[in-house]
Design a protein around this ligand. Structure first.
Ligand code: 5GP
Length: 190
């Protein structure tokens, strides 16, 4: 892959569904549009308001499998019945240009990035409490009941893996969490 890059250059943001990863990374994007934000491919159907090429590249299963077969994904995972993956080329280009890069992905993908690029920094976004997470996830209103239950089960597994991460950030307030994330990205190697 790209060879060496400093530890703070590639940041993986993970955390259970509903913890506010998209909001925090969205706020970071407003603060620092110069950072590279990976746009994943997914076989999930777009939610209302999601734009192809902006929030995700929405593709079908055959196209996804072809990308996997060709090694075009840096990592990929199945999550509650849909496939997600990080296109490799764009991330490698950003790193080669010396731009910090941020991936917002789930746990299995974070583990794959850790294995492929041990110098990446893994950050887990945590809810202030389990009750708060349940409230956020059920209040989203975009998912059917069964999907919410699947995401809650997945959330328990993800939180249990918090110890594998380099950093854990509690998302009590989006702006604060985004600033803390930025501190990690622009801070000195640690
Ligand atoms: P959602 O369907 O809510 O947009 O995303 C479901 C989960 O998949 C979230 O935890 C999200 O961070 C994760 N995800 C999004 N893109 C990727 C990706 O490219 N790879 C992996 N492994 N997970 C992803």
């Amino acid at each position: 892959m790209t060879g060496d890059f400093p530890r703070h250059r590639l940041t993986v943001v993970s955390g259970p569904s509903g913890v506010g990863k998209s909001s925090v990374v969205g706020e970071l994007r407003r603060l620092r549009p110069d950072i590279f934000y990976s746009v994943s491919v997914t076989t999930r159907k777009p939610r209302p308001g999601e734009v192809d090429g902006v929030h995700y590249h929405f593709i079908d299963r055959a196209a996804f499998d072809a990308m996997v077969a060709k090694g075009e994904l840096l990592e990929h995972a199945e999550f509650t019945g849909n496939c997600y993956g990080t296109p490799r080329a764009a991330v490698e280009r950003a790193l080669a240009e010396g731009r910090p890069a941020v991936l917002e992905i789930e746990l299995q993908g974070a583990r794959q990035v850790r294995a492929a690029m041990p110098q990446a920094r893994l950050v887990m976004l945590m809810p202030p409490s389990w009750e708060e997470l349940v409230g956020r996830l059920t209040g989203r209103g975009t998912e059917a009941e069964a999907a919410v239950q699947a995401r809650l089960a997945e959330a328990e597994r993800e939180l249990a893996a918090a110890g594998e991460f380099d950093e854990r950030l509690v998302n009590a307030e989006v702006r604060t969490a985004a600033e803390q994330l930025l501190d990690l990205i622009v801070g000195k190697d640690s």
